[in-house]
Design a protein around this ligand. Sequence first.
Ligand SMILES: C[S@@+](CC[C@H](N)C(=O)[O-])C[C@H]1O[C@@H](n2cnc3c(N)ncnc32)[C@H](O)[C@@H]1O
Length: 251
Amino acid sequence: MTSSPATTFEDVLAEVADVEGWMTDDQARKLWNAARSVPENGRIVEIGSFRGRSLIVLASAATRGVEIVSIDPHAGNDRGPQEIEGFVDQAVEDHDVFNRNLSEAGVADRVTHLRKFSDDALGDVTGPIDVLYIDGAHRFAPARSDIVKWGAKVADGGDLLIHDSFSSVGVTLALVTTLFFGSDFRYVGRAQSMTHYRRHRMGPRERLRNGLRQLAELPWFARNVLIKVLIVAKLGSLTRFLGHDEPTWPY
Ligand SMILES: C[S@@+](CC[C@H](N)C(=O)[O-])C[C@H]1O[C@@H](n2cnc3c(N)ncnc32)[C@H](O)[C@@H]1O
């Protein structure tokens, strides 16, 4: 393990290889590129850091001088797939492992961790955000709240990345009711379930095109829901017919 941050994408992938969490290599690349583009004195905010897997990528990619804020209560709720309530003991361990992982990756001094629920942390971040990564509670109400309240803080031209889009029902409903036909965030694309939006004011035609591009992702969402149903029904082996060959939730 290193004590100074990784300086290349390959090195950071190696650094997080043993850090538990949910992030594919393609998703790490999106985070890396977004964080790399933030100017000195800019700001990155991550909602939902768990044990630091994605945060280490963001913090290693960012130029010195960029403020990096991680918001995670480590309270045992909405911890991961099917872990909605009652994981308090595991969360205590998450917090310790999070701190250890950040230190080992050499990024602990770059990150301000707010051990709070995202709604309670709104007043702690006052300036504009250049990169906002949302991966906190995936239920509809808190996911929607993160998009609306934290999304409002993203600077013009800034990036908004959202994990478990078109895989989690709650997150997807939150997208449909906020970003699908909204006027402020252009849909850039996705890496598996990580969607990427850029803040940019759109007129009616562009808004319609933007909505249609997101609607076109719904078949992929239906496939992911079906995979989850099969896994819950203990028919996980059938998911290979949908191109999913692991017993894990698709993300
Ligand atoms: C799916 S994990 C995040 C995974 C992480 N981004 C990674 O790369 O491994 C979700 C995290 O969100 C946190 N969380 C749950 N509710 C939250 C909330 N309201 N605000 C901020 N974080 C929350 C949980 O404590 C948990 O650590």
